[in-house]
Write a protein that binds this ligand. Structure first.
Ligand SMILES: [Zn+2]
Length: 292
């Protein structure tokens, strides 16, 4: 007798940065595989909702452990952007496997460029964290100096930026990470906003201090031979991919219910990889109601 609806397997995950849980820094996390319930939820999310908010909601569902305890919306929002992307990558890997297929467009001739890569090829830069915030001096274009205290971008900063108009997102993110700003020298006597020069210095510092999960690829267009490099934004890319795959969930539930007579709730509770094993059998046997 097949046990349907058993708890999905969990996988431990070592965060490349880490977060403070109950006062101590930890890099320990665990995730469970996606189930049909998660996919039904993913299939239904409103595409107008910014991806940072969807990513938070998905991690709240699938992260089972942070430090010694469980996950919480608060902790998911506290996590560094690189750690959140790393968890999403782990979730993708354990639920859909390591092989990625993406399609991009040649900037020269607009032809489709198909790109395949493996999750293990995605560089993860570990930057274990020990400080909540950092102090530095930034120099504005007019030569005035700002003493600032800032933290590295976290989920809650991303969410704040995601709600701002497109053109303002980068500056809203930086402003959200600033904890104290004080003018120490020069004409900008009042500690004002960062100008472009100071903002760029801060972005560079953050990049050097934060864990990074980024994928830059050198591509050659098969049509015109144009060479280009493309920086895949991992979070939106994986969420799009998961959302697109999730559109088939009801068709898959139908196929399994039709052939195995399992209940809808049991099928939805199955981890995605196990559900796909049975769907594979149906396809092999050419069963009626098998997924197209
Ligand atoms: Zn081209």
């Amino acid at each position: 007798m097949i046990q349907v609806g058993a708890a999905p397997p969990e996988l431990p995950c070592r965060l490349p940065g880490g977060l403070r849980v109950d006062g101590s820094w930890t890099r320990d996390a665990a995730l469970r595989q996606l189930t049909g319930w998660d996919e039904e939820w993913l299939a239904g999310w409103d595409r107008a909702v910014p991806t940072a908010l969807v990513q938070s909601a998905l991690l709240e569902r699938c992260v089972t452990k942070l430090g010694e305890g469980g996950s919480s919306p608060q902790l998911i929002a506290d996590m560094l952007v690189g750690d959140r992307d790393y968890l999403l990558l782990c979730l993708r890997r354990m639920s859909l496997g390591t092989k990625f297929d993406a399609v991009t467009e040649c900037p020269q001739c607009a032809s489709r460029i198909e790109v395949s890569f493996d999750a293990d090829e995605i560089p993860v830069e570990e930057r274990p964290q020990q400080e909540d915030s950092f102090a530095t001096v930034l120099v504005r274009a007019d030569g005035s100096e700002l003493q600032v205290r800032y933290h590295l971008p976290r989920g809650r900063d991303q969410a704040r930026a995601a709600r701002a108009p497109d053109a303002d997102r980068a500056s809203v993110l930086l402003a959200s990470c600033l904890e104290e700003v004080e003018a120490i020298k020069g004409p900008g006597a009042v500690a004002g906003l960062l100008d472009t020069a100071a903002g760029q210095q801060l972005e560079l510092l953050m990049e050097q201090q934060a864990p990074q999960v980024t994928l830059d690829m050198d591509l050659v267009c098969p049509e015109c031979g144009h060479e280009t490099s493309r920086d895949f934004e991992l979070g939106p890319f994986i969420l799009d991919e998961l959302g697109a795959g999730a559109q088939r969930i009801h068709r898959e539930v139908h196929s399994l219910a039709y052939n195995y007579h399992w209940h809808e709730a049991e099928i939805l509770a199955m981890p995605r990889p196990r559900r796909h094993v049975y769907l594979g059998f149906l396809l092999e046997e050419g069963s009626q109601g098998a997924p197209a």
